[in-house]
Design a protein around this ligand. Structure first.
Ligand code: SDX
Length: 444
């Protein structure tokens, strides 16, 4: 009868150990018993960028990267995209089950009636340059919300967490829309609580002089589905930032600001913006082969391709591609789509990408839709951050309530200088003892 354990022999001492295997993992702490002497600290696991390290146990999102499976609380993303709404999905991601009608009505009311922001926040917005990147404005203004809600520090009070959840999910679209309007020099358009979550967001973005903004129902629905697809994605870089900052017991606004800052990077949520810039740089279908050749030569990346977990097609990309057709019915076809489709066709046939299992991810087509909906590329990561707020809060709350979790503080493998004595400045030689050269990372 096979046992759920790992038998190890330390060849340095000849000693053997048996480590229990649970849920497909061993506990890294169990390695500490492997020592060469009594005063030995014991073995650690070394895993740069957590390529093979589970930082937590979670019940929120399940991904099978080889099969291209994504489920929120067990529900396939394809079914939620077809049958649910973003607010209903946010409730599911946060509280673990689909809400009853009464629960959904209460949830929707609570979010809707927390869309307005303190008037003083407009003063921060006005302080930014006209061309300030809206993601930089969002990161800083969501952190600033913590200065308005001191009760947010009561992170172990369930009612306080609920209140901050309503405020964060309700106010992120408002902050995002105000940042957008600021960049245009337009007056801020206030929330209209008669509208849906995405309808109101479109209202705050695009309302002109009409008394009441009427969102295009096809665009409203398309954005709602895009929000569903972006709600959570287990332990991605920004969720990890949310958990790490939250583990020090910082308030949820500062933790969301940290998560949004992580999302801003071009390798993460900033990729949708980078995809558009890449497609514009390519310029035409005819130039795709030349661009692909450069990527294969290591001159840059195919933005919107590849994923740490998905080694098959990102299931979200398939759904987004379908939404694109519905949006283009309204907005007219985006000429960049032809370049994207040609890029995908070539990449999916090319050994370089096949060998590295590089397929289009969630960011590859989303940017094309956002551009067709008249969003400037700088707004794309903001459009990712808004719906991901529900996932960040769900990950944060799960971490807070997990009795196994404590402040995140990884260890290191130290390869630096051994003990040495101070040298008076007169006796120092240029370059003596400087840390060795480090290999520069390739830019995105
Ligand atoms: C998101 O984690 C999540 O879940 C994130 C996300 C979410 O919902 O939260 O899904 C959202 O961030 C999607 C990813 C968006 N990013 C991009 O589209 C940027 C382009 N993609 C890459 O930078 C890359 O694929 C990552 C960052 C997404 C994943 O990188 P990994 O897993 O660390 O893989 P790697 O960089 O080690 O690449 C392995 C190989 C390397 O080649 P070799 O050195 O082995 O020769 O694949 C190559 C890489 O150079 N490679 C690419 C590539 N991505 C990886 N080559 C060209 N173009 C690319 N896009």
């Amino acid at each position: 009868m096979s046992k759920d354990s790992l038998a190890l022999t330390d060849n340095r001492t000849g000693r053997s150990y048996e480590l229990p295997i649970q849920n497909g993992a061993i506990r890294a702490a169990d390695l500490r018993q492997v020592k060469v002497s009594e005063d030995d600290f014991g073995l650690m696991s070394y895993d740069p960028a957590f390529m093979n390290t589970a930082s937590c146990a979670s019940r929120i999102t399940f991904i099978d990267g080889d099969k291209g499976i994504l489920r929120y609380r067990g529900y396939p993303i394809e079914e939620l995209a077809e049958k649910s709404t973003y607010l209903e999905t946010a409730y599911l991601v946060l509280y673990g089950d689909l809400p009853t009608k009464a629960e959904l009505d209460e949830w929707t009311h609570n979010i809707t009636f927390h869309t307005i922001i303190h008037e003083n926040i407009k003063k921060f917005m006005d302080g930014f340059h006209y061309d300030a990147h809206p993601m930089g404005m969002l990161v800083s203004t969501v952190a600033a919300l913590s200065t308005f809600y001191s009760d947010a520090k009561h992170i172990f009070d369930v009612e306080s967490r609920k209140k901050q959840t309503y405020r964060l999910i309700g106010k992120m679209p408002t902050l995002a829309a105000f940042a957008y309007r600021h960049s245009l020099g337009m007056p801020y358009a206030y929330p209209d609580n008669d509208l849906s979550y995405t309808g109101n967001f479109l209202n705050m973005l695009f309302k002109m002089t009409e008394v009441k903004y009427k969102p295009n129902p096809i665009l409203e629905k398309a954005l709602d589905v895009l929000f569903i697809l972006h709600a959570d994605h287990e332990q991605n870089c920004s969720a990890n930032a949310m958990r790490a900052v939250g583990s020090s017991q910082a308030d949820p606004y500062c933790s969301v600001a940290a998560a949004a800052a992580a999302l801003y990077g071009p390798l993460h949520g900033g990729a949708n913006e980078a995809v558009l810039r890449m497609l514009k740089e390519i310029g035409s279908k005819a130039k795709v082969p030349e661009f692909v050749k450069k990527v294969k030569a290591g001159e840059g990346k195919l933005m919107g391709f590849g994923h740490r977990v998905y080694k098959n097609y990102d299931p979200r990309a398939k759904i987004i591609k379908r939404i694109a057709d519905e949006v283009f019915e309204v907005t007219g076809k985006n000429p960049l789509l032809d370049i994207a489709i040609e890029l995908e066709r070539i990449a999916l046939e090319d050994e370089y990408f096949i060998k590295r299992k590089l397929y289009p991810n969630v960011d590859f087509y989303s940017g094309i839709i956002y551009q067709a909906m008249a969003f400037p590329v700088e707004m794309f990561p903001v459009l990712f951050a808004i719906p991901r707020t529900s996932g960040w809060i769900a990950q944060w709350e799960e971490m807070l309530l997990d009795t196994e979790q404590k402040i995140a503080r990884p260890r290191q493998v130290y390869l630096g200088q051994d003990k040495r004595s101070y040298v008076a400045v007169e006796q120092r030689e240029a370059g003596a003892g400087k840390a060795g050269p480090t290999k520069p990372k390739k830019a995105a």
